[in-house]
Design a protein around this ligand. Structure first.
Ligand code: N01
Length: 537
């Protein structure tokens, strides 16, 4: 029975990032009453929270945008090849205003729990402020990299300076001028922050545990002519994007393996891609870079050579050369002047693999080897990825199921969208989907279209409950792992396997079979009458 004091909606959407905004747009268009809850006080998700200096997207702007409204596509002007955070946030706000979405979003409202009651076939959702709402459908649009994580360092509370996590960056500009700054981490985020902060700080210490591969972005203003050509071909390009592994048009997958080329040809190809900039282009040098260690080594070696060429101090260069994973098995970083920054007089790389950080002291930090005095510390230490935001909520059912138990050995989903035992709950780009391995907005649209298609089918056919079957879920989860194990991906200690969170079960979470294959599977499920899903009147 619904709580007397609760408001009832057809659907509740959790999160007002790009997924939540599109879900709201689509569900409302179907005539449903929808409420969106968002923890921040604005839309944009990732791009709302990650305001750190240098924050940019690593997918080109003309691709990284919604495709659902051709007028929106035509009117919006992306200034740069790769957009900066402020421009993407402006775009999210524009979309929210343009489609009158704000009125159905409740900001500064974190969801604490979601309880499915089988008898009434409703989700009972409680906010951290104690408000309750009831809905038939619950859509998780909570993002994959939305639970920032500061490692459990001893002494952190005693630090007398300022500290920041990249994923919870203040809205006001942080002034590092004249300060002794330390940054912990050298992932995609840190690689964007470091060149920017190095220009301001008196001194920047970079605490690196694992070196990452980074490629030059070669970013710059987007020429009007290029923009116009892209806009003219938008429909064709969006369609093309769906027939690629990563959901990005303009980079046809390669047909040749690395050893089908001579060493001279390979060198020339890698050089051309390096000069061109971008990660997809480089990964698409050959078709077996993520399948064969030997082939991958040629691409990894090339990047290591460039690092040694750019970084003047040989010891620093060697430390910056990644050597624990094949290139591409962790998300490749994209930078503007990262390696060059290590040639600055005010920058020093500290290896915290050989001498780990032992303690944050009141005036800096101490590693097993040395003590550093710092005025500010930046934690670019990543996120509890893919499952963090869902498991942070208390999600249970009247059948006695608890999501925390269900996922204790790793996430289990059907298509990355549904979870057996949790009816009428849909996840946008959840674990088991290609979301994080794709142009995220394309996957968001594809998932949301699939979800709203499923709901529309239910409404038309008088079905009130959709529930993934346990067997279908088990088969899908096995398939996700099988596909991953046929590649080099699982070799890396990445957030794809939860390696960055102590104690997190090591399971390869994204589907790496590619966007094209995945969409085909999703469409077939529909064609077979929602195969693997129990539909109850
Ligand atoms: O996080 P990460 P991120 N002591 O987990 C280190 C997306 N993104 O925020 O590798 C010392 O990759 C950790 O070291 P190690 C993108 O998908 C996109 O950088 O665990 N160090 C690592 O160096 C990306 O993949 C864009 O040994 C510690 C770093 O912190 C994802 O977000 C931009 C430590 C964390 O790296 C996450 O990137 C930015 C400890 N105790 C991000 N704990 C673009 O679109 C952690 N580290 C461009």
């Amino acid at each position: 029975m619904s709580d007397q004091h609760s408001r009832t909606f057809d659907a509740v959407v959790i999160g007002a990032g790009f997924a939540g905004l599109y879900a709201l747009y689509k569900l409302r268009k179907m005539g449903l009453s929808v409420k969106v809850f968002e923890a921040g006080n604005g839309v944009g998700g990732t791009w709302y929270w990650n305001r750190y200096p240098g924050a940019r997207c690593d997918v080109e702007s003309m691709e990284y945008s919604y495709s659902f409204d051709p007028e929106l596509e035509q009117e919006w002007i992306w200034p740069d090849k790769y957009s900066k955070q402020a421009d993407i946030l402006k775009y999210a706000n524009h979309v929210a205003e343009r489609f009158n979405l704000m009125k159905d979003i409740e900001f500064e409202t974190r969801i604490k729990s979601a309880f499915y009651e089988r008898e009434s076939n409703t989700w009972r959702i409680k906010t951290a402020k104690g408000r309750k709402v009831v809905a038939q459908f619950c859509v998780m649009a909570v993002g994959n990299l939305s639970t920032p994580r500061v490692p459990d360092f001893k002494g952190i509370d005693n630090f007398k300076g300022d500290w920041y996590h990249s994923g919870l960056w203040p809205k006001e500009e942080v002034n590092f001028s004249g300060k002794r700054v330390g940054i912990i981490g050298t992932g995609s985020t840190a690689i964007q922050i470091i060149p920017q902060v190095a220009k301001k700080a008196k001194h920047l210490h970079i605490f690196q545990r694992t070196a990452n591969y980074s490629l030059p972005a070669r970013n710059g203003p987007l020429a009007e002519e290029k923009r116009a050509i892209h806009k003219k071909k938008y429909r064709e390009l969006r369609k093309q994007a769906y027939s690629t592994p990563f959901g990005i048009a303009g980079y046809p997958p390669p047909e040749k393996g690395a050893f089908e080329a001579t060493p001279k040809e390979r060198e020339a190809k890698y050089h051309q891609k390096w000069d061109e900039g971008g990660t997809i282009s480089y990964l698409f040098s050959y078709n077996d870079l993520l399948l064969s260690e030997k082939s991958n080594e040629t691409a990894s070696d090339f990047v290591r050579e460039r690092i040694r060429e750019i970084v003047k101090d040989p010891e620093t260069a060697e430390l910056l050369c990644p050597n624990d994973h094949p290139i591409g098995t962790k998300r490749i970083c994209l930078d503007s002047g990262y390696y060059e920054t290590f040639n600055r007089y005010n920058v020093a790389l500290v290896d915290v693999r050989s001498a780990p950080i032992e303690e944050i002291t009141p005036f800096g930090l101490r590693t097993a080897r040395e003590e550093f005095e710092l005025d500010s510390i930046i934690f670019a230490t990543g996120f509890d990825a893919m499952t963090g935001a869902i498991l942070e909520m208390n999600i249970r059912t009247s059948d006695g199921l608890d999501m925390k138990d269900k996922w204790k050995d790793g996430p289990k989903t059907y298509l990355g969208i549904m979870i057996a035992g949790f009816p009428n709950m849909f996840v946008i780009t959840g674990p088991g989907s290609p979301g994080v391995k794709s142009q995220m907005i394309l996957s968001i649209e594809q998932h949301t279209d699939w979800i709203t298609g499923c709901i529309a089918n239910m409404l038309v056919n008088g079905i009130t409950r959709a529930e993934a079957e346990l067997e279908a879920e088990a088969k899908w989860t096995e398939h996700v792992n099988e596909v991953a194990n046929s590649t080099l991906y699982p070799q890396a200690n990445s957030w794809y396997v939860g390696a960055n969170i102590p104690g997190k079960p090591r399971i390869f979470m994204p589907y790496v079979g590619g966007v094209e294959a995945y969409k085909k599977i999703c469409d077939e499920v529909v064609a077979k009458g929602y195969e693997g899903i129990q539909l109850a009147p």
